[in-house]
Design a protein around this ligand. Structure first.
Ligand code: AKB
Length: 316
């Protein structure tokens, strides 16, 4: 029987992944771990909740011991734009937090899922069809922590046999919980503003292509990777995964198919633009397809239909 701890359970991915894991493995078997942001009623009422700050290793150990946890989905992290504003906090959470989780996993024999990111690549990485194994010299604090995190997870697997697995997530688009402080957040904001105002001011410039993924595919990819037959895994930390690649003009045009009066202008944020420009335009995710059967369901067209329908009801 799997007993799972999700750190960062109140965040954009965690709030939805925790519910999916509870559906799959049973409500009582999935502990939501959050730092302080108030969890939704759904999260609080559907299963156990514990205050967990991953920078406090003793607390992580206490919760793992108390609930006899054998798998940790470690989602607590600082995203790219906030990491540039607060590099010391990003280091503490993304590196020391991960180290604590890996140490606890080693002691209590837990498997660990850790998301990496397109942010693990940098300006010298081949930007098109970015290979699984390639140059990783990011020039952001977020990227530095993501590359170090990938290496640390591989090290814990090789040295201590901790079952670590990870994905290089692209921008994740969702309609439940807003992302906090990422560079790809425009692709979420644009849907909210298209419905509320019928206009959006974009902080990345036209022509900035980035990999993206709709939340249901992001959740499925995490679960599928953790369920994958380990004997098939040549890579572990972390797999390129993507569902689509677009620039602001393309997503605006897709929205306009449903809201013809929608208009978009630009007020480019130099910090986030520089980060986005250093990331791939589109990744090659064939290793994930071959090693554990990754196959996304949503493209830009299908995602836009769903986003506008769900948010249309939610924001009424
Ligand atoms: C961010 O923009 O920081 C994240 C990411 C791509 O890792 N969404």
């Amino acid at each position: 029987m799997k007993k799972i701890l999700v750190t960062g359970a109140v965040g954009q991915i965690g709030s939805e992944l925790t519910i999916l894991l509870r559906d799959l493995y049973g409500n009582d078997n999935v502990v939501a771990g959050g730092r302080k942001t108030r969890p939704s009623e759904k999260l609080m009422n559907s299963g156990p909740f514990e205050i967990v700050d991953c920078t406090d290793g003793n607390r992580v150990a206490e919760v793992v011991k108390k609930h006899k946890i054998d798998a940790i989905y470690h989602l607590a992290a600082i995203l790219s734009a906030v990491a540039e504003a607060k590099p010391n906090v990003a280091w503490d959470v993304n590196i020391n937090g991960l180290y604590n989780v890996l140490e606890v996993a080693r002691e209590f024999d837990c498997a660990v899922f850790t998301p990496s990111s397109i942010g693990a690549f940098g300006p010298t990485t081949p930007p098109d069809n970015t290979p699984q194994d390639t140059i990783q010299r990011p020039n952001t604090m977020y990227g530095v922590t993501k590359v170090a995190g990938e290496l640390l997870c591989d090290y814990y697997y090789k040295r201590f046999k901790v079952d670590t697995r990870g994905l290089r997530y692209p921008g994740i688009i969702s309609n439940e919980t807003l992302p906090g402080g990422g560079t790809t957040d425009y692709a979420v904001d644009i849907y909210y503003e298209a419905i509320r105002q019928k206009k959006y001011t974009c902080f990345l410039k036209a022509g900035t292509f980035l990999d993206m993924m709709y939340m249901p595919d992001a959740l499925k990819s995490a679960v599928d990777l953790m369920e994958a037959d380990p004997s098939r895994l040549i890579h572990r930390n972390a797999f390129n995964v993507t569902s689509m690649s677009f620039d602001p003009e393309m997503i605006a045009a897709e929205i306009r198919k449903h809201i013809p009066e929608f208009v978009m202008d630009y007020d480019v944020d130099p910090v986030r633009q520089e980060i986005a420009s250093s990331w791939p335009n589109n990744m090659d995710d064939s290793a994930a397809r071959q090693e554990w059967g990754w196959s996304p369901e949503f493209d830009l067209e299908k995602m836009t239909v769903d986003m506008l329908e769900v948010l249309g009801k939610k924001l009424k």
